[in-house]
Design a binder for this molecule. Structure first.
Ligand SMILES: [Zn+2]
Length: 279
């Protein structure tokens, strides 16, 4: 009985600590509720990412690999320099998987970045990769995955956060699926968790600034989303479009932000313009 009471006390204390650190300002100053411990999410993401690496071969095109990896290096440098706090606990990794039928890219919590070759024709060039990657890295820096999972699980998230806090992470399959979908693995677990409009607005803004600071011409970002709209017309929308709705507003927003982004681009130590084209 005594032991059960002690366990209950620990659970309540853990609940308290989880909830008290749950509402924090994100990088852009918006208060957000995140109930899953970041360390836990990063760990889950790293495991899921290892699985992706086993399931899909790397792109055999060395030139394409180089382009995606060097965009990664440059944007990660900017993120680490300007947002070191948000990058705490990140173990960055960039991979280009050889899957022409997957039009998708993501950055998981903890900095695990995946591009699938199916998205390269939409990116068209290096600056296009920087636009997509800047946007995806921003979702990770802003901890949107945690917020999405918290919202989807509701009060269950408090219990999960507390259970993880006391060292138990037993979870039923549905909860596990929600977490994996929130990490970016929608197609693998058959559950799509779209980003909310406010998340999209934040990732567009921060992502555009990341690409400009990394030395990529920010005017490529609205062009990229115009290409996305053309490609998604008529066909079954690929995963990237299911998790990233409403393109028109986005194109208008990215166009509106150009003067601010151009100022940052001008200040970049090295400029790459649109970089290399994919061929
Ligand atoms: Zn997004």
């Amino acid at each position: 009985m005594k032991r059960r009471f002690a366990a209950l006390l620990i659970l309540v204390a853990a609940c308290g600590s989880v909830v008290s650190c749950a509402r924090e300002e994100n990088l852009l100053g918006r208060k957000a509720t995140r109930l899953i411990p970041e360390k836990y999410l990063n760990g889950q993401a790293a495991t899921a990412y290892e699985q992706e690496k086993k399931s899909h071969p790397q792109s055999p095109n060395a030139g394409h690999q180089q382009i995606v990896k060097r965009v990664g290096d440059r944007l990660i440098d900017v993120a680490e320099r300007d947002y070191p706090q948000a990058c705490l606990g990140f173990e960055w990794e960039v991979n280009l998987f050889d899957k022409a039928d997957i039009v998708n890219a993501y950055c998981m919590p903890g900095g695990k970045i995946a591009f699938y070759t199916g998205i390269l024709p939409v990116c068209k060039n290096e600056a296009g990769v920087a636009a997509v990657m800047g946007h995806e890295i921003s979702h990770a820096l802003l901890k949107h995955g945690n917020e999405r999972i918290t919202r989807q699980l509701g009060v269950q998230a408090i219990l999960i956060g507390a259970a993880i806090g006391v060292g138990s992470s037993d979870m039923d399959r549905d909860r596990q699926r929600i977490i994996l979908a929130g990490l970016g693995l929608g197609s693998t677990v058959g559950l799509i968790l779209p980003f909310s409009r406010s998340h999209e607005g934040e990732a567009d803004r921060l992502g555009l600034f990341l690409m400009a600071k990394g030395g990529y011409d920010p005017s490529e970002a609205p062009d990229l989303w115009i290409r996305m709209t053309q490609i998604s017309k008529g066909k079954q929308p690929p995963e990237f479009f299911s998790t990233h709705p409403s393109h028109e507003k986005r194109i208008a927003r990215l166009t509106e932000l150009q003067p601010e982004a151009l100022e940052l681009y001008k200040k970049a130590a090295v400029k790459h313009g649109k970089g290399e084209d994919f061929r």
